[in-house]
Write a protein that binds this ligand. Structure first.
Ligand code: FMN
Length: 185
């Protein structure tokens, strides 16, 4: 069994995919990992729209690319699956919830980041590659997927088997001493 840190090291943005389709049970396993993610007040403010239909996928890929930045997000055309992570607005029930919601408006964004990483780490463990995609025309993607007006799409995730020979690259990250201190900023 691999250590969690090994899987974290292995996860990288995969932008080259093989044509091998992704098994539904593996997608469901990634969704299960995402489902178990923590969220503020356990609101679970997310819905995952899994797109494996080639025609729909192609439309989303077009909405995430631009002639002005020709290289950006081209991998969406090749990914066998694209998942849209929709931010579900809270179903407000009590004044206390409204106040807490107004105070913490950004929390659903944090929540979807966490659930997205759960999804990606599970995919990595299953030998799949992912890439989190934040740049896309949200209005276009909402229209393609018939996402209701009130909802936002926070992120897209591409999913598929990495192309043969696709290697784990060295992580370009700041040193621990640069990103942390004990007891004082
Ligand atoms: C919120 C978020 C948005 C991102 N958006 C894009 C994107 O639109 N296109 C892309 O190719 N990569 C995107 N990435 C991937 C980052 O570029 C990548 O995670 C970062 O460079 C670190 O590389 P690694 O994932 O291989 O470790 C995004 C990542 C995150 C977390």
């Amino acid at each position: 069994m691999k250590d969690l840190l090994d899987i974290i090291k292995q996860r990288q943005s995969v932008r080259k995919y093989s044509n091998q389709p992704v098994e539904k049970d593996k997608i469901l396993q990634c969704l299960e990992a995402a489902r178990l993610a923590p969220s503020a007040r356990n609101a679970q403010p997310w819905k995952f729209v899994v797109v494996d239909n080639a025609e729909v996928k192609n439309k989303i890929a077009k909405a995430a690319t631009s002639p002005l930045l020709p290289v950006l997000n081209k991998h969406l055309f090749k990914a066998p699956v694209i998942i849209a992570v929709v931010i579900e607005p809270p179903k407000i029930a009590t004044p206390a919830q409204i106040i807490s919601w107004l105070d913490n408006r950004e929390l659903p964004l944090i929540d979807i980041g966490i659930t997205t990483e759960h999804f990606c780490l599970q995919a990595t463990e299953l030998g799949l590659g992912t890439c989190i995609v934040g740049w896309f025309d949200e209005q276009k993607v909402k229209k393609i997927l018939a996402v209701p007006k009130r909802q936002q799409i926070g992120l897209l995730i591409t999913l598929g088997y990495p192309k043969d020979g696709y290697e784990v690259h060295k992580k370009n990250r700041k040193d621990i001493s640069e990103i942390s201190n004990f007891n004082k900023y």
